[in-house]
Design a protein around this ligand. Structure first.
Ligand SMILES: C[S@@+](CC[C@H](N)C(=O)[O-])C[C@H]1O[C@@H](n2cnc3c(N)ncnc32)[C@H](O)[C@@H]1O
Length: 256
C-alpha cells in the first residue's frame, strides 16, 4: 500500500473541525492544571503501564555518541529525562506549549543536576534550523495536533539519517480490543479525575480523550503516514493492536 499524503491531510482537516476548539482553548487549560499530578494520574489511569511503556520506548532508542535530540510536546520531560538517563552524553532540547508542564519538568530535572534546554512554543512551527537533530521524540501528544504539519516539521529539523521516534496510544486495529478499550477509557479517566480532584476543564476532556481515539490512526496507518512524509526504514511495534504503539522512522541520508 502506498497512500497519498492528501488522505492524511484530509483527515487532519476533519479532526480539526471536530476538535480544533478543544485543542485551542481547553487543552492549554488542562495542561496548566495537571503538571503536579500528571505522572501520578497517568500511573493510576493506566495501572502503571504508561511509565513502563515510556521507559521501554526510550530504552530502545539508539543514539550516536554526543547526539543532539529534540523532545517534541515534552510535557513534564517524561521522555527527555529518560533520554538523558540512558544517554548521559546527549544534548537534549525540548519544546511544549505549556509553560506550566515545562516548569514542573525543569523542577524535577534540576534535582538531578542534568540539563534539558526547554522552549515554550507551538510545535506546528518548530523554532529550529533545518537538519539540526540526530533524533526527535514525540510521545502521547499527536492526537492534539495537525499530524501532517508537525511530522513535516520534524522531518525538516532532522539531519539526513536522523531518526524520528514516535510513541502513542493509537486506535486499536482489532475491534475485539477497541470495544472494551473504549468502554474502559472514560471510566478510568473519570476515576482518575475524581481521585486527583481535577478541574472542570480536565473533566470535560475525558469525553474528548475517548472521542479523539475513534478517528485516530491505527499503527498501520501511522506507518503509511510516515512513509508518505518521506521517512524510510520504518519500524512499528504495537501492544494490544495499538493501545500502545511505537514507531521509528529514518530521514533518508540523501535528503536535504
Ligand atoms: C499528554 S502530554 C504528553 C507529555 C510527554 N510527551 C509525555 O510523554 O508524558 C501532551 C503534551 O502536549 C502538549 N501540546 C499539546 N498541543 C501542543 C502544541 N500545539 N504545541 C506544543 N505542545 C502541545 C501539551 O501542552 C502537553 O504537555
Amino acid at each position: 500500500m502506498n497512500t497519498n499524503i492528501g488522505v492524511f491531510e484530509d483527515r487532519d482537516v476533519v479532526r480539526e473541525q471536530q476538535f480544533g476548539a478543544i485543542w485551542r482553548d481547553l487543552i492549554p487549560k488542562v495542561f496548566a492544571d495537571v503538571p503536579k499530578y500528571y505522572d501520578k494520574g497517568n500511573a493510576i489511569a493506566s495501572l502503571g503501564l504508561m511509565s513502563l511503556w515510556s521507559d521501554r520506548f526510550v530504552k530502545n532508542i539508539k543514539l550516536p555518541e554526543g547526539a543532539i535530540v529534540l523532545d517534541v510536546c515534552t510535557g513534564t520531560h517524561e521522555v527527555a529525562r529518560r533520554l538523558l538517563k540512558y544517554n548521559p552524553n546527549a544534548t537534549v532540547l525540548a519544546i511544549d506549549r505549556s509553560a506550566e508542564m515545562i516548569e514542573e519538568g525543569q523542577r524535577v530535572i534540576a534535582k538531578t543536576g542534568l540539563t534539558i534546554d526547554a522552549t515554550v512554543g507551538d510545535v506546528h512551527t518548530l523554532p529550529y534550523d533545518d537538519a539540526s537533530f540526530d533524533a526527535v521524540t514525540l510521545q502521547f501528544s499527536t492526537r492534539h495536533l495537525r499530524v501532517v504539519e508537525v511530522f513535516r516539521e520534524i522531518y525538516r529539523v532532522l539531519k539526513p539519517g536522523g531518526v524520528f521516534y514516535h510513541s502513542d496510544m493509537l486506535r486499536p486495529s482489532s475491534i475485539i480490543i477497541e470495544k472494551p478499550y473504549m468502554w474502559y477509557l472514560p471510566l478510568f479517566l473519570n476515576l482518575t479525575a475524581t481521585l486527583m480532584r481535577s478541574t472542570e476543564e480536565s473533566r470535560q476532556c475525558v469525553t474528548y480523550f475517548s472521542e479523539s481515539i475513534k478517528g485516530y490512526l491505527t499503527p498501520a496507518e501511522m506507518t503509511e503516514l510516515l512513509r508518505a512524509i518521506g521517512f524510510e526504514n520504518i519500524e512499528e511495534y504495537s501492544f494490544m493492536t495499538g493501545v500502545f504503539s511505537r514507531h521509528s522512522a529514518q530521514k533518508p541520508m540523501t535528503a536535504k
